[in-house]
Design a protein around this ligand. Structure first.
Ligand code: HSE
Length: 436
């Protein structure tokens, strides 16, 4: 073997970053690998748009099959995104005996079982460091460096678009729609932001992290997913007044053989490590039984950071090829034969502290009505605030609770909302007071 050949499927933003790594750091890669690593084909439906990099036109083609069937290519990088044709192409690459490196979290969260099974049978690697947290090396940390640990929880800020929007709402006091529009104009949010702001992208990433940490296969559809589109600047200001920051958190916990896997706006104390991860940055905090808490943070998106993760995987695979090793670690951290079937705890069973916000008629007895109903459902209040008083207008009442069962919170709020003195629907936001 005198070199390793690589094929690239998808010449978009990250694909362009990958080409730049080959061009700018090709000599470094060769030095670290001991052999040349060569990008020999690029396939994309669009091969005419100027990506700002100069590429030998002979490398470019619209024919993905020609790339997948090229016997000289040992590693295929899939950066098409989405379910199809990415799934078909990845399965074809595997059936051709090629190793696969992908950034496609949606594909793996939905079709990971099928793809990992095919890779295990074919004896090839499927690597996906770039699928979670952009440039942050969280996948290899869990699979390799921390593999001696049992994990019982993980918390992640895994979507830069949401984190940017929440940071701006907190800093400027603007509402969600205003900040989103500005983020779209600046290129920080997609024209169709649904996947990001509704928490779907975060849930895809959480499915992969829970699978890796807890040795199970997490069905993406069973992850409770609530995005940030209903968050208001007012609630962020109240959170601040109580000493909390609001983040879209991915939460994974192992509790007596049952998993909690949920994505939702969450208040965390402003002194906690994840609270100062602002703007487009991502972070993951894990606690291992031997290592203790580990916090990894960095750029969670963008062409350069994501290309860095993609190329780290490519070099890892190439090193195995150079030394003649078979895939050195299973895609999901343990062989498929020992992947456990664990159930996901229904949201009604979770226990959390809560921020509750009501708009009420400002008259005697209202607070008593609310707290009376909360007491009936075993919900204990930690603190409360009624910040403004405007005669003849609805005023907000904000309560922070001690730990309570979610089904009790839901039942209490349904009953409270039926009271005449309550204006509109009440709102609750979960609080994580312990990141362990
Ligand atoms: N769109 C994601 C984000 C990056 O905003 O963080 C890719 O998953």
């Amino acid at each position: 073997m005198d070199k390793i050949n690589v094929g690239l499927l998808g010449f978009g933003t990250i694909g362009t970053g990958v080409v730049e790594v080959f061009q700018k750091n090709g000599d470094l890669l060769q030095e670290r690998l001991g052999l040349p690593l060569e990008l020999v084909r690029i396939a994309d439906l669009d091969i005419t748009t100027d990506r700002g990099v100069t590429v030998d036109p002979g490398l470019l083609s619209t024919d993905a099959d020609a790339l997948l069937e090229d016997p000289s290519i040992q590693v295929v990088i899939e950066l098409i995104g989405g379910y199809e044709p990415a799934r078909t192409f990845v399965l074809k690459a595997i059936s051709q005996g090629k190793h696969v490196v992908t950034a496609n979290k949606a594909l793996l969260a939905k079709h990971g079982d099928e793809i990992f099974a095919a890779a295990e049978s074919a004896g090839v690697n499927v690597m996906f460091e770039a699928a979670v947290g952009g440039g942050i090396p969280i996948i290899s940390a869990i699979k390799e460096n921390l593999c001696a640990n049992r994990f019982h929880s993980l918390f992640g800020i895994l979507n830069g678009t949401c984190n940017y929007i929440l940071t701006r709402m907190a800093d400027d006091g603007d509402d969600f729609e205003t900040v989103l529009k500005d983020a779209q104009e600046k290129g920080y949010a997609e024209a169709d932001p649904t996947f990001d702001v509704e928490g779907i992208d975060t849930a895809h990433k959480l499915a992969l992290l829970c699978g890796l940490c807890f040795g199970t296969s997490v069905d993406f559809d069973s992850i409770y997913t609530e995005g940030i589109s209903k968050v208001t600047a007012l609630d962020i200001q109240f959170a601040d007044a109580f000493g909390y920051k609001l983040k879209l958190l991915a939460i994974g916990k192992m509790d007596n053989g049952e998993i909690e896997a949920r994505v939702h706006p969450t208040m965390i104390p402003e002194s906690y490590p994840l609270a100062d991860i602002d703007g487009v940055f991502n972070a993951v905090r894990l606690v291992g039984d031997f290592v203790g808490p580990v916090l990894l943070s960095g750029h969670g998106a963008g062409s350069e950071a994501t290309a860095s993760a993609v190329m780290g995987d490519v070099v890892s695979v190439a090193r195995d090829l150079v030394t003649g090793c078979s895939p050195h670690s299973p895609a999901m951290a343990c062989p498929r034969s020992v992947v456990r079937d664990l159930s996901i705890k229904p949201m009604s069973d979770i226990v959390s502290s809560y921020y509750l916000r009501f708009f009420v008629n400002d008259q005697p007895g209202v607070l008593g009505t609310i707290t009376g109903i909360l007491g009936k459902y075993q919900i204990s209040i930690e603190s409360m605030m009624q910040p403004h008083r405007h005669e003849a207008e609805a005023v907000p009442i904000v309560l922070m609770t001690h730990e309570a069962n979610e089904s009790n919170i839901q039942a209490a709020l349904t009953e409270i909302d039926r009271q005449d003195v309550i204006q509109g629907e009440s709102l609750f936001i979960r609080i994580e007071n312990r990141l362990d």
